[in-house]
Design a protein around this ligand. Structure first.
Ligand SMILES: [Zn+2]
Length: 257
């Protein structure tokens, strides 16, 4: 069985004590790729060293996370943009709008989202969208790019069935992780309605650990638990679910098989 964790922050300090072991546990469980979304100019160094330490396994993206959009957003965008000249990134992420933590920089968040979608379109790579309490705002920006061939994923998807259909209609996949294992998340019903054709799996580790590890540190090996849960919800075998979501991830991120 081959699986992909399409969203992990394994470069964060939470893994400093056992990063090599966490990668080994992932590989032992069939998780053959770990895709690394960036956060800001602080995280990019550790992220690139993880990518260098585990070549072909840990694969980096570049982007400015909405909760890191502050007064210095122009400098941040500029520094991240210049990294394209020396590195290959498979996606622009994670980017988006987060109105849960702080609404102070909403205008700047919208500006950065727009600007980074343009980066992605210029380089013909997908975007990884973080949306928290902000689906109307995110969709309003995405609507501006209709018909331009934009692709991406709604990471840690928590919207309604209608939001899901709208995202899929715009060429997006849904990133499913630990939340689907939580009681009363409602995500199981949405997944059941949609089927597996537009789903990819992610941990968002160290955050959002699935049951039975809820509340503890998450890690890429737990993709196995997400796969099991999705197979259960959709009534497929685990092998089949792994194959479908693996293919979806390869296609979206343009990865080698
Ligand atoms: Zn993330």
């Amino acid at each position: 069985m081959k699986l992909i964790d399409t969203h992990t922050h394994i470069y964060l300090p939470e893994f400093d004590a056992d990063r090599d072991e966490a990668v080994s546990r992932a590989l032992d469980n069939g998780i053959v790729r770990l895709l690394l979304p960036n956060i800001d100019t602080q995280s990019v160094g550790p992220m690139l060293s993880a990518a260098r330490r585990f070549p072909g396994v840990c694969i980096p993206m570049i982007g400015l996370h909405p909760t890191s959009v502050k007064e210095d957003y122009r400098d941040q965008l500029q520094s991240l943009e210049t990294l394209w000249s020396e590195n290959n990134f498979i996606a622009v992420g994670e980017i988006g709008i987060d109105l849960y933590w702080d609404k102070t920089f909403i205008k700047e968040q919208i500006y950065c989202l727009r600007r980074q979608i343009l980066f992605a379109l210029e380089r013909n790579v997908p975007v990884v969208i973080h949306s928290r309490d902000s689906f109307p705002e995110v969709f309003a920006v995405l609507d501006e790019f209709k018909g331009k061939g934009l692709k991406g994923v709604m990471h840690a998807f928590t919207g309604t069935l209608e939001d899901a259909r709208r995202a899929i209609g715009m060429g997006f996949m849904l990133g499913i992780g630990g939340i689907v294992t939580f009681k009363n998340s409602g995500l199981d019903k949405i997944v059941q309605e949609l089927g597996p054709g537009n789903l990819i799996m992610e941990t968002d580790s160290p955050y959002l650990a699935p049951v039975p590890h809820r509340g503890k540190r998450n890690e890429s090996a737990y993709i196995r638990l997400i796969n099991k849960k999705l197979a259960e919800i959709l009534g497929t075998g685990e092998e089949e679910m792994a194959r479908i979501t693996f293919d979806n991830s390869i296609r979206l991120f343009n990865l080698e098989q």
